[in-house]
Design a protein around this ligand. Structure first.
Ligand code: PMP
Length: 385
C-alpha cells in the first residue's frame, strides 16, 4: 500500500494488515466490508443460479413505469421497508439504479426544468457528503450546478436541496435547512437503518434514495432504489437511466432481491436482542462495540474529540437505542490544524473535512472496514500521544 497525498480521495489503496506497525490503514472510503463475516455465516442462503438463457431481454416488466425493474426486487424492497418501518412504500413508484449514485443524478435531471436560462442550484448543508459537488458538476451540465452550503444559500432562484439523514460524514439526523418555498428536496437515506440509528418513524418524503451498499453491505453489486411520490418525477428519473445505461443489470437486481429477502427472513426473531442471526442485530452489536472502543481510544489520547449523539426510541428494536454512525467525524484538538495530514503522518488515511465543506480540523473515518483493519486503527490511534 502507498500513501497518497492527492485529493480528492483515492479508491485504489486498501489496508494490508500483515506488516504490523508499518501498515497504511486506509479508512478514507466507506467500503462496507465489516458485513463480510455475517454473510459468510449465512452460507448458501443467498446463492442464486442464473442459466445462460435468463436475463437476456432489456425488459423486466413492461407494465411498470420503471420497465427495467425486476418485480421480485420490487417485492423484496417493499417487504423490507414494511418490516423495518423506515420508509413509506404505499403509493410510491420504485426506480432502480446502478447504486444510489446513479439515482441521485437521475433526481437532479428529473427536478431541473429542461428550458431554464440558468442551471438549477444544488445545495446541501455543511458538512455534506463529499461526492455531491463533483458528481453534480463533472459534466458541466446546463441543467444544474453545485451551489455549496445550504445553510448560507440566499438566492431567490429555485433550488434542489440534498438532505442526507443520518448524515454522511457526521452521523446526525437531518431536516432541510433552506427555509423557503421554491425548492425541491432529495432525501438520501442510505444510512437510515437500525444498525446506525434509531428508526423513529417511517420516512415519508417525495424522493427517498436507498442503497444496498450501506444496508446489507453489498456495495459491489451496485444497486440502489428510489421511492418516488410523483409519477412524472419517477418517469423522468427512469428516462435518465434509459439515456444513461438503458436500464440496470438484471443479474444484480436478482442478487439484490435474494439478499434483501434473506435479510427479512433473518429478522424473524425480532425482539430478541441477543440474536445475531438478524443482520440488524448483528450490525447494531458490532457498531456499538466499535464505537465504544473508538470513544475509549479518543478519550485516552486527548488529541481528538467526537460528536455526542442523543439516544432515541427505535420502533424497530422496541426500545431506546444509541446512534452509532457508519463514519466517525473526528476532530483534532490542541492546535492541530490539518487532521488529515496529521493522521497520514501516522499512516492512517482518512477524508479531510474540507471535502465536506468543513474545517481541515475534521476528518471522516470509516467505521465499516474489516475487523483486522479496525483493530489496527484503534491500536494505532491509542498509541498517538
Ligand atoms: N449517498 C450517501 C450519503 C453515501 O454515503 C453513499 C456511499 N458512500 C452513496 C450515496 C452512494 O451509494 P451507492 O454505492 O449506492 O452508489
Amino acid at each position: 500500500a502507498h500513501v497518497s497525498k492527492s485529493s480528492p480521495p483515492t479508491w485504489t489503496t486498501r489496508t494490508e494488515p500483515e506488516d504490523g506497525e508499518h501498515t497504511v490503514i486506509n479508512l478514507d472510503h466507506g467500503d462496507p466490508t465489516m458485513f463480510e463475516r455475517f454473510w459468510q455465516k449465512m452460507g448458501d442462503k443467498c446463492e442464486i443460479v442464473i442459466p445462460g438463457w435468463q436475463s437476456m431481454s432489456y425488459f423486466s416488466d413492461v407494465r411498470n413505469l420503471c420497465w427495467f425493474l425486476e418485480p421480485e426486487f420490487a417485492k423484496q424492497i417493499t417487504r423490507l421497508h414494511k418490516l423495518v418501518g423506515n420508509a413509506i412504500t404505499e403509493d410510491r413508484h420504485i426506480v432502480v439504479g446502478t447504486g444510489s449514485t446513479q439515482l441521485f443524478q437521475a433526481a437532479l435531471y428529473a427536478l431541473s426544468p429542461p428550458d431554464a436560462s440558468e442551471p438549477m442550484s444544488v445545495v446541501s448543508a455543511v458538512p455534506y457528503y463529499s461526492s455531491y459537488p463533483s458528481v453534480t458538476n463533472y459534466l458541466k451540465s446546463g441543467l444544474y450546478k453545485w451551489a455549496g452550503d445550504a445553510s448560507s444559500f440566499n438566492s431567490d432562484e429555485p433550488f434542489i436541496e440534498l438532505v442526507t439523514s443520518p448524515n454522511n460524514p457526521d452521523g446526525f439526523m437531518r431536516l432541510p435547512v433552506v427555509n423557503r418555498s421554491g425548492g425541491m428536496v432529495v432525501h438520501d437515506l442510505a444510512y437510515y437503518w437500525p444498525m446506525y440509528t434509531a428508526i423513529t418513524s417511517p420516512a415519508d418524503h417525495d424522493i427517498m434514495l436507498f442503497t444496498v451498499s450501506k444496508s446489507t453491505g453489498h456495495a459491489g453489486i451496485r444497486i440502489g432504489w428510489a421511492l418516488v411520490k410523483d409519477k412524472e418525477v419517477a418517469k423522468k428519473m427512469t428516462e435518465f437511466i434509459v439515456l444513461n445505461t438503458i436500464g440496470v443489470s438484471k443479474d444484480s437486481q436478482l442478487r439484490a432481491a435474494k439478499i434483501l429477502g434473506a435479510v427479512s427472513d433473518s429478522c424473524h426473531h425480532l425482539g430478541n436482542p441477543d440474536d445475531d442471526e438478524s443482520l440488524f442485530e448483528y450490525g447494531r452489536h458490532l457498531m456499538a462495540e466499535r464505537w465504544k472502543r473508538l470513544r475509549s481510544a479518543v478519550k485516552q489520547s486527548r488529541l481528538f474529540s467526537l460528536p455526542d449523539f442523543p439516544s432515541e426510541f427505535c420502533n424497530y428494536v422496541g426500545g431506546i437505542t444509541e446512534t452509532q454512525p457508519a463514519f466517525a467525524w473526528l476532530k483534532c484538538e490542541g492546535g492541530i490544524e490539518d487532521c488529515e495530514s496529521f493522521l497520514r503522518g501516522h499512516k492512517i488515511l482518512t477524508r479531510s473535512g474540507k471535502h465536506s465543506g468543513a474545517s481541515t480540523k475534521y476528518v471522516r473515518v470509516s467505521m465499516l472496514d474489516r475487523h483486522e483493519t479496525f483493530d489496527l486503527f484503534i491500536e494505532r490511534l491509542s498509541s498517538i500521544r
